[in-house]
Ligand binder design. Structure first.
Ligand SMILES: [Zn+2]
Length: 98
């Protein structure tokens, strides 16, 4: 049996389009997106050793289109620093060869 992180990683490797944490929750039947964000942080470190990388399609503000470029972790922001809107389009993730 693969671990949850291995399962998430294989979905991200096979995906044609970036998957959001919510997509992954739906696929794996998980309840909390926060688990997925935490797992992706770990996956990002572990795939490096296999010559691969997690590609992040950054979160953005649904109101003013501000893009959250600098992300220290996979966790989604909750508020736009520019217009204070809480309408945030979630980041998407893929794993690809470097
Ligand atoms: Zn905004």
């Amino acid at each position: 049996m693969p671990t949850r992180r291995e399962e998430i990683a294989s979905h991200l490797e096979e995906a044609e389009y970036p998957l959001t944490a919510q997509d992954i929750c739906d696929i794996l039947g998980l309840k909390k997106r926060s688990i997925v964000y935490e797992d992706i942080d770990h996956i990002a470190r572990s795939v490096k050793r296999r010559g691969k990388q997690v590609i992040v399609s950054p979160a953005r503000c649904g109101k003013c289109q501000f893009v959250f470029k600098k992300m220290k972790s996979a966790k989604a922001p909750t508020k736009c620093p520019k217009c204070r809107s809480e309408w945030i389009i979630a980041p998407g993730f893929l794993i690809r060869e470097k």
